[in-house]
Design a protein around this ligand. Structure first.
Ligand SMILES: NC(=O)c1ccc[n+]([C@@H]2O[C@H](COP(=O)([O-])OP(=O)(O)OC[C@H]3O[C@@H](n4cnc5c(N)ncnc54)[C@H](O)[C@@H]3O)[C@@H](O)[C@H]2O)c1
Length: 464
């Protein structure tokens, strides 16, 4: 579906421009009116685009289970995908997340029912094809398993679970029921990542032998999430769903048994890319981490983690350093693969994606001519000023931009891959087995921090 983003952007700009030219009196009313008109146009664009849908496309009935921050991101991406009909939303925050999402979907003309309890939803909604799960990690296994057993295909957010036993059961259930289980490592379907793996790493071998890799997710210091007191969930209801109180409910990712802290929350996306691009699972991990910054009575997981993974790839030994810290957002998040002939720097974020040739490597004209990379941009004219690389000593000053961009929301291609697979068109890019391998690698980082020593992986650990 091609929603006219340009006209939406114009509308947004007009909206802001309009605000600057009217007197303050009535500003709010005008703003609300224009916002409504913007939303109406956006809905019309989406609905209009839906009319152009291929009549042979099988419509899929879906439910959204977990309608918090990520549930909304997925919902918005799904709204851009043709042939998907929302039938139900389930969320325990009935007065806020549930109400809000049901209302939004009704505005998009979906006849949706809202539920607090997923079991009731599964009992009542008998014509669902699939469910999209975006609940906290410790609920994933129960939700995914119940949904697959009820006959639904499942798109489940990462991390599969807070423990490997439950993650394993998810894969086993997918196998037993024959239902699809896609895990939300969405970079696996991102065209820039697919191009980088297929063309830059594999086919051209442009980077040469990758001996070291690096990844980071640096986030600035932030307050814990709060909530308006009028929307507080009653304690008994919170406890029924495994949360001690509102603070823990809102900030579950910081608590043991509920989430895995930033290394799991953020790191798993990028440690997944290490395994994919290196074509190997790690053989060991050494890590240091601590609760260095945030008050210890508010969080349970490490706010700062630095980890070193070792790999035996087809090319030989390889090491990857990964860090996530939550007190300084310097350079955000990206991954970097350093071969003896070149360096790939890539991120899901924005347009970041370039290759830098080592000064001693053969020319890359062939790959430029084949369209795998763009012609070199001299460092002084760099198109991506946010990439700070010290290129002066060992690599040529040339930056080659990867000519593949994603203009859709980040999660859309991964959701499309899932829905296509449900229709029997193609295979999942991140089935439960891959999600499991990543969970094995990532969950061991926290164990290595606790053990204060290098932990090894038995290759059998990655296999179900
Ligand atoms: N792929 C990505 O880029 C990405 C990004 C952010 C979050 N996530 C993942 O998405 C999931 C949700 O994260 P979030 O940031 O939206 O958290 P959140 O706390 O904002 O939302 C979770 C929602 O689940 C609901 N919920 C909790 N327990 C429930 C239950 N038993 N039944 C029904 N609803 C329940 C909550 O009420 C809440 O609305 C997590 O697994 C997280 O790791 C993935």
């Amino acid at each position: 579906m091609s929603v006219d983003n340009k006209s939406n952007h114009l509308e947004r700009r007009d909206f802001l421009k309009g605000l600057s030219t009217v007197p303050i009196v009535g500003l709010l009313g005008l703003a609300v009116q224009r916002q409504k008109s913007f939303e109406k146009k956006q809905r019309e664009a989406l609905l209009g685009a839906k009319k152009e849908v291929d009549p042979n496309l099988k419509e899929l009935n879906i439910a959204l289970l977990g309608a918090g921050a990520q549930g909304e991101v997925l919902r918005n991406a799904i709204l851009k995908i043709p042939g998907i009909r929302f039938k139900a939303v389930c969320d325990i925050w009935t007065e806020y997340a549930l109400k809000k999402n049901v209302n939004v979907l009704k505005k998009y003309k979906f006849d949706v029912n809202g539920y607090e309890d997923y079991r009731e939803m599964l009992d009542k909604e008998k014509d669902l094809d699939a469910v999209v799960i975006a609940t906290p990690d410790f609920w994933h296994a129960r939700h995914a398993i119940a949904c697959m057993k009820a006959g639904l295909h499942v798109y489940c957010e990462k991390e599969m679970s807070t423990n490997l036993e439950d993650a394993r059961k998810m894969v086993e259930t997918a196998r037993e029921t024959g239902k699809l289980l896609q895990i939300g490592h969405q970079r696996r379907s991102h065209p820039k990542y697919i191009h980088s793996y297929d063309k830059i790493i594999q086919e051209s071998g442009m980077l040469g032998r990758i001996v070291t890799s690096y990844g980071q997710w640096n986030r600035g210091a932030a307050e814990d999430l709060g909530w308006p007191s009028r929307l507080e969930i009653p304690k008994a209801q919170l406890e029924k769903y495994g949360f001690k109180n509102m603070h823990q409910y809102r900030n579950w990712r910081w608590f043991k048994g509920l989430g895995g802290g930033p290394i799991v929350d953020l790191g798993s996306h990028q440690i997944d890319i290490f395994s994919w691009f290196l074509g190997a699972q790690p053989t060991s991990v050494t890590a240091s981490g601590g609760m260095d910054y945030y008050p210890k009575d508010k969080h349970e997981w490490y706010d700062t983690v630095m980890a070193i993974f070792e790999y035996e790839t087809e090319q030989g030994s390889s090491r990857a350093y990964y860090q996530t810290q939550t007190t300084n957002g310097s350079q955000g998040y990206f991954e970097k693969f350093m071969g003896d002939q070149g360096t790939l720097v890539i991120s899901e974020s924005g347009s970041l994606g370039s290759v830098y040739r080592e000064a001693t490597a053969p020319a890359w004209d062939k790959w430029v001519n084949m369209g795998y990379i763009e012609a070199a941009v001299l460092q002084e004219q760099k198109a991506e000023p946010d990439v700070v690389l010290d290129v002066r000593e060992t690599i040529s000053p040339d930056q080659h931009i990867i000519p593949v961009k994603l203009y859709d929301p980040y999660h859309q291609p991964h959701l499309e891959n899932f829905f296509n697979a449900v229709r029997g068109q193609g295979k999942l890019n991140c089935p439960g087995e891959i999600g499991y391998e990543t969970a094995v690698a990532v969950l061991k980082v926290n164990q290595a921090i606790e053990a204060k020593r290098r932990l090894t992986f038995d290759p059998k650990e990655f296999v179900i």
